[in-house]
Design a protein. Sequence first.
Length: 120
Amino acid sequence: MAPTHPREIQLKCSDGIVLAAQSWRCAGGETTLPPKHRILCLHGWMDNCRTFHYLAPVLIENAPAGEVELVALDFVGHGLSSHKSLDGAPTVLAESVFYVAEALHQLGWVASSNNNETEP
């Protein structure tokens, strides 16, 4: 099954930062249903989400139709994501973890933790 071309997406975080990403999903199959498997690709420190431009289609091509969604994320200050002010505080690794969590929420891959309900 031939994969679709990447779809450019933007994910707005709670602090106003916009994360850029590319999303792939196998063409064909029942695409209105959520995929069975999700892959989040994170690039290295001096890179951007286009690192996965060649790998992502191969992974999707070898997956059953409609069963895999792959998203390659640009970290803050990389690729097409928002950049922070040069005179602001330096970016630390913990911020990247925060933004990955924000991206997962925006993608709908995890439930929001901002509810007032308690688990039994």
